[in-house]
Ligand binder design. Sequence first.
Ligand SMILES: Nc1ncnc2c1ncn2[C@@H]1O[C@H](COP(=O)(O)OP(=O)(O)O)[C@@H](O)[C@H]1O
Ligand SMILES: [Mg+2]
Length: 287
Amino acid sequence: MPNRDSAPTKPLHASRPVAATSTKGALLEETPAIQANNVSAWFGDHKVLDRVSLVMPKGKVTALIGPSGCGKSTFLRTLNRMHELVPGAQFSGEVLLDGHDIYEPSRRITDARRNIGMVFQKPNPFPAMSIEDNVLSGLALTGQRVDKSTKEAIVEECLTKAGLWKEVKDRLEQPGGGLSGGQQQRMCIARSLAVKPRVLLMDEPCSALDPTSTRRIEETIVELASEVTIVIVTHNMQQAARVSDKTAFFLAEQGTPGGIVEYGPTNQMFEFPKDERTLAYVNGRFG
Ligand SMILES: Nc1ncnc2c1ncn2[C@@H]1O[C@H](COP(=O)(O)OP(=O)(O)O)[C@@H](O)[C@H]1O
Ligand SMILES: [Mg+2]
């Protein structure tokens, strides 16, 4: 088992709220909703992330970009303790959710998962289950008991937020598997929202979808951001530019574990990156 990194270096990004320029140009204090400090991760002996530190501000969309295999998905899975489900997987570091480390021994793994939801690359509904039961399925898993009218309200609220309500409101009893891929993904977003997460992690949520569904999900992401902090992995540079406020560029250089090369406001990362590797990547010269 790998040792926890002994002398941790200073996080790349300040652990205090940092003053930053919003997309509108105003100076504002940004409170981190979720913050990784010196996160390292291994699969067996293979170290795939080395002391990654990142502040993901509250109510904003943070995009994680970088070539395949650089550790973006692994990093995302360390943020809600899914990484440790992989046999042989190891972790060191801290992940602070509103200032508290989700890895503290006194903290329950189920709390981390409820507060920090996840949407995957391919929609993963329960295909035979009705649309409404799909949306409510997370509540059952977290042991919350709610009456019928509350359930109906939750279904409507979450499907509305996920941008699917109008399309399915007359067929809530029909199986979720009957929806199109894009609709299934929005149903999965609604399911994640039902447990009222504070953070939503999305791992290439549009990569299996057609352009129209992709646009619809992007609109949903932008609409949701004010109430749930979003961290999204995407291979699509235009998508990162369209939906995110902040961007972190990950890279694993030959034979070394992945890390963040550069982080900043999305427009700056795309228009005036400071690092030549970021410039090459955002211009499509590799990866
Ligand atoms: N379940 C796993 N078991 C072993 N190695 C894995 C597993 N998942 C990912 N890896 C390895 O970890 C590294 C980072 O992978 P990943 O986080 O999926 O990168 P990305 O999402 O940026 O493409 C890669 O070298 C990959 O092969
Ligand atoms: Mg990935």
